[in-house]
Design a binder for this molecule. Structure first.
Ligand code: GDP
Length: 484
């Protein structure tokens, strides 16, 4: 029965506790309001303050975004080559770098940065990135217009770029005393892996705040860094009272697979996974720089599974005595489906073969599926990225998730799901044994793998992982940190 109360409750679920705006047309982006139906209910709830800030952000995006008069004005200033003294709208442009997982971590971080600094987030979407996601902000667009002033992002934004913040600081061309109108029209924040000494002191932020245009290039989850800065501490505590769910909320708000990608997800799920009583996700990522041989990796997966009780155990066929005295195979109705994602088909082949050949201890049935095996990473190809995104989503529907150490692809999947994964640890060398085979992560948050060498205010050589209470070192990357 649809009483007003149940329909409010339904709306609350559909909009993820207010995280999503109700203002979208459902058909233009079918995943937005339906993907949560494929998952267990999230254990986390967005704070009312986060919800309020998102609605305020959306209003600003609409006022300042592409197509608005204020946007035109800001582009004119950009064209002039000089920063405007006072501007109602400030922008941060995100430009993609590295694989899809890295991109999503950096994009979510850039959005959080935009929220904190009252900037409007725009996305430079080259063809291979275009069409992966729906527009996240109602009544506007986050995509830079095709005729935008800057087009050659890869050429302009490099570590040698003269408008890189780091380079300008080092050259002494800007300081905290520089007046707004004496600054260049934009600043480039170079936050890729080795960004280490970049821009996360309060002093830096005061200078950066003067620029109306900022471009960020990153491949890491630098959102975690913002939690180390005193200037944002109060605001972040209000936005995210549960530190473990920062990426979970940001990702569920921002990332909605386009209808094309959702088609892949939806069809695969309905055809192969929807009838499972239990869904186990297994993401096997073998990195080129750590080429673990198949037998070693397979052994590690099985050792992890046995240690943690993850995949159904093999056993003898359970035989029971029927009423008439004859022996029959005990009936089971349980179906466990294992979703394997990997660039290679070998793990899927072996695991499926094993369950094919022998029964399980409980008599439950096991189905094993893998949507694709692309063999190699091809970040420059749109179709490849669409399949990768679809698989990240499918993994995020699993009840239990086993991921590979260091893989940002895995981070996104368990982050979206809101589950703590079992992480297959990286061995010291490709042929060495990882000990233990895996550990259960203590948080849903992704790892910030690259840390600055030092933090402002902290003594040189001090352990950043120990500086603030809600940060700790990652299970898979010792020098990295994560929120919990
Ligand atoms: P990371 O390198 O594991 O941190 O993850 P990234 O997502 O940044 O880069 C790896 C890329 O390789 C992905 O984006 C995909 O393009 C591809 N890839 C890796 N593993 C898989 C997989 O299991 N399935 C698919 N479809 N693609 C994958």
């Amino acid at each position: 029965e649809d009483t007003p109360e149940t329909s409010t409750r339904h709306d609350d679920d559909r909009l993820l506790g207010g995280l999503l705006s109700p203002a979208f047309d459902e058909h233009s982006c079918r995943s937005r309001y339906t993907s949560s139906l494929y998952r267990r209910r999230s254990p986390f709830r967005p704070s009312t303050y986060l919800v309020e800030r998102l609605r305020r952000y959306e209003a600003r995006h609409k006022r300042c975004g592409p197509g608005s008069a204020l946007f035109q004005e800001a582009v004119e200033h950009l064209r002039s080559g000089r920063n405007a003294a006072r501007s109602e709208c400030q922008y941060v442009v995100w430009t993609p770098f590295n694989g899809l997982g890295n991109r999503m971590l950096a994009l979510a971080s850039t959005f959080l940065y935009a929220l904190l600094t009252d900037r409007v987030l725009l996305v430079h979407a080259p063809p291979e990135f275009d069409g992966l996601f729906c527009e996240p902000f109602p009544g506007s667009s986050w995509t830079l217009p095709a005729d935008f002033l800057i087009t050659d992002f890869d050429g302009v934004f490099t570590m040698w770029s003269p408008t890189s913040y780091k380079n300008m600081r080092q050259a002494g061309t800007i300081s905290n005393a520089t007046a707004e109108q004496s600054l260049p029209a934009y600043v480039f924040l170079d936050l890729i892996q080795s960004f280490t000494d970049a821009a996360f002191c309060d002093d830096d932020q005061q200078v950066l705040a003067k620029f109306n245009w900022m471009v960020i290039k990153s491949d890491v989850y630098f959102a975690a860094m913002l939690f180390l800065m005193p200037a944002y501490e109060r605001e972040l505590t209000q936005l995210f009272p549960e530190k473990e769910a920062v990426f979970h909320h940001l990702a569920r708000y921002l990332f909605h697979p386009s209808n094309d990608v959702w088609g892949i997800v939806h069809r695969f799920y309905e055809a192969y996974l929807s009838r499972a009583d239990e869904l186990v996700g297994l993401q096997v990522r073998v990195f080129p720089e750590m080429p673990i041989p198949f037998d070693n990796m397979y052994e590690q997966i099985i050792r992890c599974s046995e240690q943690e009780g993850l995949l159904p155990k093999l056993g003898q066929t359970v035989v029971v005595t029927a009423a008439n005295g004859s022996s029959v195979v005990a009936p089971s109705t349980k179906l466990t489906s294992i979703l394997v994602t990997s660039l290679f088909p070998d793990y899927y082949d072996r695991i499926r073969g094993v369950y094919h050949a022998r029964p399980t201890e409980t008599g439950e049935y096991v189905a094993v599926h893998q949507p694709s095996h692309e063999r190699e990473q091809r970040t420059e190809a749109r179709g490849h990225n669409q399949r990768a995104l679809a698989e990240i989503y499918l993994l995020s529907f699993c009840d239990r998730v086993v991921t590979s150490a260091v893989s940002t692809f895995g981070y996104i999947a368990h982050g979206l799901a809101g589950v703590r994964p079992w992480v297959l640890l990286r061995p010291p060398s490709p042929v060495a044994r990882a000990e233990p085979a895996c550990v259960r992560s203590e948080t849903v948050e992704p790892c910030l793998q690259a840390l600055p060498r030092r933090m402002c205010g902290a003594a040189e050589g001090s352990d950043i992982g120990a500086l603030v209470p809600h940060i700790r070192h990652c299970e898979d990357v010792q020098k990295g940190v994560k929120l919990f």
